[in-house]
Design a protein around this ligand. Sequence first.
Ligand SMILES: Cc1ncc(COP(=O)(O)O)c(C=O)c1O
Length: 457
Amino acid sequence: MRVHMRSPLLPNNQAMTESADRLGASSAEGHTLQTRAYALAMTTVSTVSTHAPVVVAPLRVRSDRLSALPPFLFDEIDRKKRERIAAGADVINLGVGDPDQPTPGFIVEAMNRAMRDLVNQQYPAVGGGLTVFREACARFMWERFGVRVDPMRHVVCTIGSKDGIAHLPWAVTNPGDTILVPDPAYPVYEIGAVLAHCAVSKTPLAPERGWTPDLGQVPEDVRRAARILWMNYPSNPTAASADVGLYERAIEFIRPTWTDAPRSRGCILASDLAYSELYFEHTPVSMWQAPNADIETTPAIEFHSLSKTYNMTGWRIGFAIGQPDIIKALAGIKANVDSGVFNAIQAAGAVALDNFRAPDIERMRTLYRERRDAIVPVLRSVGCQVESPKAGFFVWARTPGGIDSMSFASTLLEKADTVVVPGSGFSPRGREWFRVALTVDAQRLLEVGRRISTLRW
Ligand SMILES: Cc1ncc(COP(=O)(O)O)c(C=O)c1O
């Protein structure tokens, strides 16, 4: 028998992507899922039709840093979902964090025009992005938040906000530094820390505090060791919003780490504002609106994304606004690991940002509001504790009677063909919670209500 050692690269990459898709995760969350799928694919034994059986031995290629990433906890839900779909069930997927609506036509048209231009077919401008894009970011910051920024010194273009979020630790930490990550949170804050060989210290979030951190509880030695403090409002997954006071307090929290020991590196405040334009009753604020924030001197950076605002998740474009040294450091990493976002996408992104008040964007908010108003009463009617989110893309609800979210999600899938994301997948703190994405139209959400009305927990 001939034994072939098959190259792991092609088939495994394919399996990785499929696994993330199957869960219905957004690509930004997909990294953890892909990592797990990779492990599965590495243990496959298969046959090739014209040859003897091929034994695919698990090659030891994974680095320690990749292996150190947090595990993927959704296998069971994922498997059941596939089974139900294979059995012909009409599965309603409330797990997917990807808009179901198209990119507005005026942005697609701008892209069509821009990609015909030779300059846009060449390498992108390294060092922060196209001037036209950065100027549009600066206009957006002024018109939307009343924050004045210098397009060339305070702005860096990113490949979606995930790129900037994942790479920030490379730019501003050394191995062994500590990064403060909210718990529960979007997984990439922790993933970026682990890949940069940093220690992760979790700042617990709880419903009693509106899912905001109690920074007074962070031990002094942890504060002194911390190099990044992450915040994310409107939040994924907790759907919580923040006011400017929270950022003001966070800036006071990091201040002594810089002023008490001026020659040592202190803690940077990093805010993820990816959902800034998805709002209903509460219009999200920028960290840079805090009265004690100064773009020249406050060690802080804020990440923005065009993904959800303009239904552009696949285009991969975002930007960060920050203190010049931090922007320069992040741009320095990016100049070395990628060559930036396709110029035509940046040109179209500039058009998108200049039209953040366009009727298309307002319609999108109305659509998400209708969906929120459809699903919240449905969840309450079956005994879930849920606050109607004032902004963002998700509803975060407590399971009926606080039952385990993994078994709740499994039952929902088995008995109602409905997928939700169990909160325990984000953190043990999410054990009694689950996440619903507002990516399914209101009629389908009412159908969820019909399906679950007969279930008893
Ligand atoms: C909180 C949060 N931040 C950032 C991102 C990354 O989005 P993108 O890279 O598409 O800008 C996501 C995506 O789901 C998210 O939920």
